[in-house]
Design a protein around this ligand. Sequence first.
Ligand SMILES: C[S@@+](CC[C@H](N)C(=O)[O-])C[C@H]1O[C@@H](n2cnc3c(N)ncnc32)[C@H](O)[C@@H]1O
Length: 232
Amino acid sequence: MRIDILTLFPQVFESPLSCSILKRAQDNGLIDIALTDIRDFSTDTYRKVDDKPYGGGPGMVMMPGPVFDCFEHVCKLATEKGRVILLTPQGQKFDQAKARELSGLKRLIFIAGKYEGFDERIRTGLGAEQISIGDYVLSGGELAAMVIIDAVVRLLTGALGDEASAKDDSFSEGLLEYPQYTRPEVFRGMKVPDILLSGDHAKIAEWRRAQALERTKKWRPDLLKENEERKS
Ligand SMILES: C[S@@+](CC[C@H](N)C(=O)[O-])C[C@H]1O[C@@H](n2cnc3c(N)ncnc32)[C@H](O)[C@@H]1O
């Protein structure tokens, strides 16, 4: 998968991309990530990319010119057209189903905003899909892009040490994951449930399923409702 990121702050991506699963995925050639600085496409002597909003109001708005020029440049860097994603709190809320959908694509192009956000013509003119990572406002789209990239890349075949681990993760079957334990068997008086020490794999699977269902009912009943609605 090729991932392009259009941003005013490429340095934000350095650390998360240089460790753990994301680093390994790049080293193994599973993903190819290219960062492009929108500021390089400013035509202004001072490399300006934002301006005051028409009609007045606080803050600065990202100008369309540098974003369009940057986007057109990035599009030509690979033959695959790809999915263009505009990061905005006004977009469709990101979830595991969207992560799965995006993990099946060959190319993703992310456009990260800053300041008061994008000139409206960026939204209407680029034909991008708008995605939000939640109902809160970040100061820039960089961390939102990183969240999406991390969730998508761990679903790519070969990204995780053990392919099975993503299968049982919360949300993959519409449920929260069952409780997990590791050594020691007893910690500060809290004991690992006997069933997990029994060696009876069928019983363990049954217990885990029941636990996953129980905690989803208790903590996230909305997920069960969504599943029902999807099935009907
Ligand atoms: C301060 S925000 C602008 C918010 C804008 N004034 C609004 O109310 O819709 C600056 C940038 O951060 C990014 N951003 C902020 N919150 C986000 C979220 N929840 N999901 C995705 N991107 C977000 C977007 O790229 C946005 O253009």
